[in-house]
Design a protein around this ligand. Structure first.
Ligand code: AGP
Length: 606
């Protein structure tokens, strides 16, 4: 949950690295720091708080050298403070290290190193690494790193620079992502591709257990057995605009607005000439009897809808599991089971660990990921790319609607592979999906003024309940998560039928209750739930069609959503005004919508 970067080139390293950190701060932003190397010395600058504090330090102290490493932190061990900010150094400050991951045996190593005379400056687990490197360093940095990682338990992607090695960065990875970038005038490293731009044009993914020796115009890689590995560079496909806000005031606003084109892009990729295109997975879907979805957070909400799609079209049993539960539950490996890991980042530690557990039990795994070179993608039998483009805002929006689109098409694929989807049914299902991009755009446009009216009145509420039935239960959960994570409002999503079994005691005339009640099988049941809330003076936000007079009469505010021709796809539209509602409430409450407190975009720790 941190971001690391490194640079060797013809420019001032600290200036390049400050920009790289800006691109990585969605991974954590409690504190940040840079170490540069020049003339046999290391210079360290670091600060708690926002990146601007670090920028101010470099504006004042200037910079030293064309080689450096940098870090932006999401605190795991030790409070967010300057002392705990990376880079960390050994006692005589001849080695500097930035680290992403968790060193699980740090306490024993800290005691051992302290007994050997190491003087620790921080409370972090990461500071172990430079001190341990120092105990093995005899002038050869690669040998020191090889010896050091033999003692580390846990996850790491770290970069180290040595005062007496000019323009050289040594990196190692185990369990956390690390990319190496190459450009005409620079070599770089980073936790994620956006931080490599624009200096690097090619990227190489460092694999598990590998160590790389990066110099100003080359890189040498060795594997865990010290065998040389040819770096597999490939062209970086992401362009600079995809990782900038453009005319938007936040990445979240931009990514919400991108949803029509994201849905369209996935449709275009998975449908050709009006029929399903084949998907490249190394699994015979016709033999699958049972699917287990593994995911966290928003991706888990998408999985709840994936279950509905699959059970409707393919008529197979589907389980949806939260990754952090699955991995510790000693699950059953039933024959004919396919595990599907859903992850925007492709680096979520709990989902990666669950995927590894499933594979160790000989269950095939397919993943649905947005970051194609991610660990989850690489460790699956097949990865279905989400094609959403980089999602920088911590709150997942376009990835969610992208996941729903991809899961709908995956369900059709599965049904077709099992001979349970006639050509007519396939056409009908595809025809119901084709209008969705336009309906997404229309709903975003039409709902905005109604959302703003509600925000005007309800933004100060410190609690909110979201109710939905059927597929809209997932919408209720997702709408609540958005409001929690970016506006810090105590928001809860419930299946509406459950509300009377206790939670309805929460209702007062101060409590906004969002009732997701589009036309469809559950509509009238939802109106009954609205009546129950209304009878207790709850403040009702209805989500449904603007033509629905009953809903309008029962609601204090109505968020209009277009009607999806296929009820299964309605949640793709129902979530849209709730994304905008959470965005505006957060803005009204002066919250940072792109970097909410305590969070990071990629949860690469347990
Ligand atoms: C979503 O808004 C949150 N940022 C979070 O719940 C996220 O969905 C979760 O951490 C899973 O991330 P992943 O999709 O990258 O695995």
């Amino acid at each position: 949950m941190c971001g690391i970067a490194g640079y060797i080139g013809n420019l001032d390293a600290s200036s390049v690295l400050l920009v790289a950190l800006e691109r990585l701060k969605y991974r954590g932003y409690d504190s940040a720091g840079i170490a540069t190397q020049e003339n046999g010395e290391l210079t360290i600058g670091k600060s708690a708080g926002r990146l601007k504090e670090l920028q101010d330090i470099y504006d004042e102290q200037g910079s030293f050298g064309n080689c450096g490493i940098a870090h932006t932190r999401w605190a795991t061990h030790g409070t967010p403070s300057t002392e705990n900010a990376h880079p960390h150094c050994n006692t005589d400050q001849s080695i500097a290290v930035v680290h992403n991951g968790i060193i699980e045996n740090h306490e024993r190593l800290r005691r051992q190193l302290t007994d050997q005379g190491a003087i620790f400056q921080s409370q972090t687990d990461s500071e172990i690494i430079p001190h341990l490197l120092a105990t093995y360093y005899d002038g050869d940095p690669i040998k020191a790193v090889q010896a050091c990682i033999k003692e580390l338990e846990g996850s790491y992607a770290f970069a180290a620079i040595f005062a007496d090695h000019e323009n050289r960065i040594i990196v190692a990875r185990h369990g956390s992502p690390l990319l190496i970038g190459r450009g005409p005038h620079a070599m770089m490293l980073a936790s994620d591709i956006p931080a490599l731009l624009p200096h690097a044009h090619d990227v190489c993914v460092l694999e598990e257990g590998q160590i790389a020796d990066i110099r100003n115009d080359s890189v040498e890689i060795v594997d865990a057995d010290s065998n040389n590995v040819d770096p597999a560079f490939k062209k970086i496909e992401i362009n600079f605009n995809e990782v900038s806000k453009g005319e938007y005031d936040s990445f979240m606003a931009k990514e919400i607005a991108e949803q029509p084109e994201v849905v369209q892009r996935i449709i275009d990729d998975r449908i050709s000439n009006g029929a399903l295109a084949d998907i490249a997975v190394e699994v015979d879907l016709s033999q699958i009897q049972h699917v287990v979805f593994l995911a966290c957070g928003t991706s888990w909400h998408a999985a709840l809808l994936g279950k509905r799609f699959l059970e409707h079209y393919a008529r197979i049993h589907v389980e949806v599991d939260i990754s952090s539960e699955y991995r510790y539950r000693n699950p059953i490996a039933a024959g004919g089971t396919l595990v599907v890991a859903i992850s925007q980042s492709g680096e979520t530690a709990d989902t990666l660990a669950s995927l590894r557990l499933a594979r160790s039990m000989f269950m095939p795994v397919v993943s649905l990921v947005n970051v194609v070179d991610s660990s989850i993608a690489r460790e699956s039998e097949g990865a279905l790319p989400l094609l959403c483009g980089p999602e920088i805002g911590v709150a997942s929006t376009k990835a969610y609607t992208g996941q729903l689109t991809a899961l709908f098409l995956f369900a059709l694929q599965m049904a077709k592979a099992k001979g349970r989807l006639t050509a007519e049914q396939e056409k009908e299902a595809i025809d119901s999906l084709l209008p969705i991009p336009e309906l997404v755009a229309g709903t975003l446009k039409n709902a905005e003024e109604h959302v703003l009216d509600a925000v005007e009145v309800l933004a100060p509420a410190n609690a909110t309940v979201f109710l939905g039935r059927g597929g809209e239960h997932a919408t209720a959960l997702e709408g609540a998560l958005k409001l929690k994570e970016i506006a810090y409002v105590h928001a809860t999503g419930y299946p509406a039928g459950e509300f009377k079994h206790g939670p309805i005691a929460l209702v007062t005339n101060q409590l906004p209750v969002v009732c997701i009640a589009p036309q469809g099988a559950m509509h009238d049941k939802m109106l009954s739930n609205l009546e129950e809330v209304r009878a207790r003076q709850g403040r009702i936000i209805g989500v449904g069609q603007s033509s629905d007079r009953d809903l309008k009469n029962l609601s204090d505010h109505l968020f209009p959503v277009d009607l999806a021709g296929n009820e299964l796809l309605q949640p793709l539209l129902s979530i849209l005004p709730l994304q905008r509602y959470s965005y505006h409430v957060a803005r009204r409450r002066d919250c940072d919508v792109d970097q909410p407190r305590n969070l990071a975009k990629s949860v690469t720790v347990e």
